[in-house]
Write a new protein. Structure first.
Lengths: 317, 425
């Protein structure tokens, strides 16, 4: 199948989704991120890799956290950074996405970090820009959030070293989660032998098993002997409706508490893409426990995003 | 004026003809069908050797986008596109702007299309006011002004009581309902077929039960109220099973499929190709296979183009925000021929489903080459090879899932009411 994120030489021109990336490409990004990790620990947190380049954060959907980490990543690479919150500007005036992007290209931006509420938005933009422009998907609808998938893989590698002996459980709203999809693809490519998804039937998309996962509805069975637990955020609008009856019932049936965590391996790690709903999908004690790697995920996220930008800009091979 | 179509392979399913014959057209009628008709009888001769001569195609779903949506295309542009596809009978749904729910609008459309002399336009009137699914339109007035049946276009009636009463009322006057079976609660905000592809792409899926629950409801009420129903654009294998059983049980139901569903599945969406955004959504391979079986076994009565030209800008958007629809009037006959060729199906069986059978569904005497019938004829060149692109398509809508593909076979001329309305190469 035609993969729009690779150029004719097979190099990464855009980062749109994890699906379609080779294991070598993912390892290259993770290794590059590893080398950038130290920069964040230094006094002078800057390298000149993207000096003279302009990175444009175009967020058609509001997000502070993801935008900030991209901004920090670009600045540590010495790029000029422009933040555009399009959700509140030109789109509301009726401008099309392509017009918005083309205007920014006319201002000589080099890398676009795009978030949009519609699945496929990043693919759409990438297929309509010149080859010297790079698009990084920072989340499109329920489809993909590749840098999250990569930073989660980076985190797992940090704590578990070897992917091909792991059992990983992803718990929560798989149906609406681009993070879950990106993680499923990444873990499969990296050779994780057993990926489990745990959710009520209302929060699972059709034929999810065909993406290479085992489906569990009972969290107690699903967490048995896993090495990694990836919790997903439950959005408030999913509650009190036809998908879920209430927050309380969700926490009771699918929330991660210490008793359930004890079903996993002793050294299992707990991950969460943030922002967390304490007391809804995760118990505070678990979120703050020694097994939680939720804050390191954020730190690693910056290194991974630096790696992606550096590789796309062709400065790092 | 008289036209002699010489040496063509004449396929006229109604009259069981599939033979090399000449066709003589005079005074707007088919006047003779025979071997070696004397050329002196005609003022104009069309050499149809190596070509296929069939009745003018009757398309049960052709969005002409008028009144109201001239930004997308005009009545004239789309009737010409239809002619380029050999279509002379054009059934248009009521979801125009304004909606076809008033006799004046229908009359205007009829008058305008009659003045163009490019085909017979058969409007479907709105079954409910503004297609709101709540209040009935004045269907007798609409019928008198030219509506051939009544439809909800893409706005299914949700309220079962309204569906029941509207069927009772239609049945009182022996009118036919043309409906697309869909439970809008289930399909709400759905974009593509629910399955591996929708999950992979993160697009909201439409389950096949959104079609089958609606079919069940419609068939039960049709059976009870003795209402004539035509189900438009069936997309699922399960739905076709239900219709097959209903037909066996004597329910007065017919159905069609769109040409897209015969060749494409949700797999063709690839990485968000908006040209594959259609309603109903492209389904899975097993549905496609069942559709072909149902064409052969007769469960499917007709095949429509579902021609829905979309302005280019409305396809240049992220998938779910783009507009559904594809240009297909010019592709219907070539794809029918391809179907016959690839699956070794009797061409006459397939031609029947775009000519005589749709005429039967409409209860009109069209779609055949009987002597003294109106001379509506499509001449098809099965050997002509062409690429489908924005230059070769006549329709204002240049979007089709088949864009930039090569196709063998193209309509070479179309005759409507004894006049040549389209001629190519």
């Amino acid at each position: 199948m035609f993969n729009p994120q690779l150029n004719s030489k097979g190099n990464l021109n855009h980062l749109l989704s994890i699906e379609g990336l080779s294991i070598e490409k993912i390892i290259q990004i993770l290794d590059t991120a590893e080398s950038f990790l130290k920069i964040g620990e230094r006094d002078v947190k800057k390298v000149p890799i993207l000096r003279g380049k302009t990175v444009c954060n175009v967020f058609f959907e509001n997000s502070t956290r993801t935008r900030t980490t991209f901004e920090i990543a670009a600045k540590r690479l010495s790029a000029d950074v422009i933040n555009l919150n399009v959700a509140t500007s030109s789109q509301s005036k009726g401008e099309t996405i392509l017009d918005t992007i083309n205007n920014l290209i006319a201002m000589n931006a080099d890398i676009f970090v795009v978030r949009h509420s519609s699945s496929g938005a990043a693919h759409f933009i990438a297929s309509h820009v010149k080859p010297n422009i790079h698009i990084i998907n920072a989340g499109d609808g329920n489809h993909s959030h590749p840098t999250q998938g990569l930073l989660d893989a980076f985190t797992i590698r940090k704590y578990k070293t070897n992917f091909n002996k792991l059992k990983v459980a992803i718990v929560g709203d798989i149906l609406h989660s681009r993070v879950a999809r990106s993680n499923i693809h990444a873990l499969n490519i990296l050779g994780v032998p057993e990926i489990r998804v745990i959710a009520p039937k209302t929060l699972l998309p059709s034929e999810i098993d065909k993406l290479g996962v085992h489906v569990f509805h009972d969290i107690n069975k699903g967490l048995k002997d896993v090495d990694v637990i990836m919790m997903l955020r439950i959005q408030n609008e999913r509650m009190d409706g036809v998908m879920l009856p209430s927050q309380e019932e969700y926490f009771k049936t699918y929330g991660l508490n210490q008793t359930r965590l004890d079903l996993a391996k002793k050294d299992a790690i707990v991950m969460h893409p943030g922002p967390m709903n304490r007391g809804v999908e995760i118990d505070s004690a678990v979120a703050d426990s020694e097994q939680s790697v939720i804050l390191p995920q954020v730190t690693f996220g910056i290194a991974v995003r630096m790696a992606v930008m550096a590789i796309l800009a062709g400065q790092h091979s | 004026m008289s036209i002699l179509i010489k040496n063509g392979r004449v396929v006229d399913p109604k009259n069981n003809i599939d033979a090399n014959l000449d066709v003589l057209v005079a005074d707007g009628k088919i006047s003779e069908l025979n071997k070696n008709i004397d050329p002196k009888k005609a003022t104009q001769i069309i050499d149809a050797s190596k070509k296929i001569v069939i009745p003018g195609i009757v398309d049960l779903q052709l969005n002409l986008r008028e009144p109201g949506n001239q930004y997308k295309s005009t009545l004239e542009s789309e009737m010409k596109a239809a002619n380029a596809g050999g279509i002379t009978g054009m059934v248009c749904p009521p979801d125009t702007t304004p909606i076809l729910d008033e006799p004046g609008l229908v009359k205007m459309l009829k008058n305008k299309s009659e003045a163009l002399k490019l085909g017979n336009v058969y409007p479907l009137g709105a079954l409910t006011q503004k297609l709101n699914g709540k209040l009935l339109t004045e269907i007798n007035d609409l019928y008198e002004s030219g509506c051939i049946g009544f439809s909800q276009a893409e706005k299914p009636i949700q309220d079962t009581e309204v569906l029941y009463r509207s069927f009772q009322y239609l049945s009182t006057f022996n009118f036919k309902a043309f409906l697309r079976a869909e439970d809008a609660y289930l399909s709400e905000k759905g974009i593509i077929n629910a399955g591996e592809i929708s999950t992979r792409l993160g697009l909201k899926g439409i389950q096949s039960i959104s079609e089958t629950t609606a079919i069940n409801k419609i068939l039960e009420i049709a059976d009870l109220t003795k209402t004539k129903v035509h189900l438009n654009k069936i997309s699922t294998a399960e739905g076709l099973n239900l219709i097959k059983i209903a037909k066996k049980n004597g329910v007065n139901v017919t159905c069609d499929v769109s040409i897209h569903q015969i060749f494409l599945t949700d797999n063709d969406i690839g990485f968000f190709n908006t040209n594959c955004f259609l309603k109903p959504p492209l389904r899975k391979e097993s549905d496609r296979v069942k559709i072909i079986e149902s064409i052969i076994d007769g469960t499917i009565d007709a095949i429509c183009s579902d021609h829905s030209p979309v302005n280019e800008d409305n396809k240049l958007k992220p998938f779910a925000e783009s507009e559904y629809g594809a240009s297909s009037a010019e592709l219907l006959m070539p794809l029918i021929f391809k179907l016959s060729d690839e699956y070794k199906l009797d061409l006459s069986l397939l031609v029947n489903k775009i000519t005589y059978q749709p005429s039967n569904i409409l209860e009109i005497n069209k779609g055949n080459l009987s002597i003294n019938s109106q001379a509506d004829i499509c001449i098809f060149d099965p050997e002509y090879s062409w690429e489908i692109n924005s230059k070769t398509l006549i329709s204002e809508g240049k979007n089709t899932p088949f864009l930039n593909q090569n196709l063998t076979g193209k309509v070479s001329s179309t005759i409507f009411n004894g006049n040549i309305v389209f001629i190519d190469h």
